[in-house]
Write a protein that binds this ligand. Structure first.
Ligand code: HSE
Length: 409
């Protein structure tokens, strides 16, 4: 029998406890060992639950109990999760977490400690909820040199955008629904402003390219400036709007990493990823392109990924799993403005035909221009070019710019 502890009994933690307690026999067969939840650490009162006898309020009980071999951290946030996880790893306990904020900020350091102590630090649930994506990148795609990772990484914003655009639900109502369904972060600003997607692209890029990418190195923009006019322009152009996390390897070995709302071509498979679903597209030299798709948030999908990691830890109590990457450095991530981009631009235009001519004079006669979506406005798509070259050209219309968004074909 292997004893485990769960730290945190929120949406994900309760899901993990329920699966481990209710499916213990099936899990025992898969883990080749019975897994017993000995403690659940949470300060709130859960005396109404049938497993209320497992709750404790003092972390040291877990730390000092040599029987505990695997600790599940599903508290979220950096503090005290970081101190707790570090202490558990140092004391020779494997740790499983769904905490993307922690992994994005401290992953390299915690993986290093796990390595030194010959224990596992696994975090499949931190990216893409229930989608198996980190393990396949680390193991199944190991033969590849990866060049690009792009994905819809936040279920809440994808749910909000889908509701707003397809069902004309207001932003506030869509967010409320996402919160009620347990998709949103405690503070949904992290979803809406792109911080959650930023943490996830950090983890994907760190694993995929082998060197830690820190959240402060990622240019991050959320969905708050998106309106229904953007969606209408996108529709007319054959695109949809999604929040994207995007990391790309440059020829000089450095990478670019960005989070932004983008117009996605309807021919691109990511355009069909709706509601709470997430998808991660990975490009590799041998594989070409592969997409991982599934439920990116919610109690059961996320708990499913956590429990799978617990089973993996139990099966590998004396062997290290594959996950690792080197520490990053401040020059590793370059400014996305040096990368190839295509942009969507909305311009205020008192005189539409005059403005159209001016756009064609700068961007060429073949420029795709859309009018008639909003009065006194037009929008156009640029061709692909280095982003700073494009922004310099667009700056000729500085006094007219209503919005600029990235485009993904
Ligand atoms: N708030 C996150 C999301 C939860 O909506 O994707 C899963 O990480």
């Amino acid at each position: 029998m292997i004893e485990v502890a769960i730290m945190g009994h929120g949406v994900v933690g309760s899901g993990v406890a329920e699966i481990l307690l209710e499916h213990w026999d099936a899990i025992a067969q898969k883990a080749k060992n019975e897994i017993n939840v000995k403690y659940i650490l949470d300060l709130k009162d859960f005396s109404h639950l049938y497993y209320s006898d497992k709750f404790i309020k003092d972390f040291n009980i877990i730390l000092r109990d040599p029987e505990i071999r695997v600790v599940v951290e599903v508290m979220g946030g950096i503090n005290p999760a970081y101190e707790f996880v570090k202490a558990c790893l140092h004391s020779g306990k494997s740790v499983v977490t769904s905490n993307k904020e922690l992994v994005a900020a401290k992953g390299a350091e915690l993986l290093q400690i796990a390595n030194e102590k010959n224990v596992n630090f696994l975090f499949e649930a931190s990216v893409g909820g229930g989608i198996p994506v980190l393990r396949p990148i680390a193991q199944c795609l190991a033969a590849n040199e990866l060049s690009e990772i792009v994905g819809i990484l936040n279920g809440t914003t994808n749910f909000i955008l889908t509701k707003m655009i397809k069902e004309k639900v207001s932003f506030e109502d869509a967010l409320k629904q996402a919160q009620d369904l347990g998709y949103a972060e405690k503070d949904p600003t992290a979803d809406v402003e792109g911080h959650d997607a930023c943490r996830k692209i950090c983890i994907l890029a760190s694993l995929g390219f082998g060197k830690h990418v820190y959240p402060e190195q990622v240019q991050t923009e959320g969905i708050t400036k998106i309106d229904l006019f953007d969606a209408a322009y996108a529709e007319k152009l054959g695109y949809v709007i999604k929040l994207i996390g995007h990391a790309k390897k440059m020829d000089n070995g450095k990478i670019t990493a960005n989070v932004y709302p983008a117009l996605i071509n309807k021919d691109n498979m990511l355009s069909g990823v709706n509601d709470v679903f997430n998808a991660v597209m990975v490009y590799g030299d041998a594989i070409g392109q592969v997409m991982f798709y599934g439920r990116g948030a919610g109690k059961s999908p996320t708990a499913s990924a956590v429990v799978a990691d617990v089973i993996d830890c139990v099966k590998h109590l004396v062997a290290r799993k594959y996950l690792s990457w080197a520490d990053g450095d401040k020059n590793y991530v370059c400014d996305g403005k040096k990368a190839l981009s295509k942009l969507f631009v909305r311009l205020n235009a008192k005189n539409v035909s005059e403005t159209k001519n001016a756009v064609c004079a700068v961007f060429g006669e073949d420029t795709v221009i859309i009018e008639g979506v909003k009065e006194n406005e037009l929008a156009f798509l640029t061709e692909y070019d280095i982003e700073e070259v494009l922004t310099k050209k667009i700056s000729k219309f500085d006094d007219k710019i209503a919005k600029v968004l990235h485009v993904l074909d």
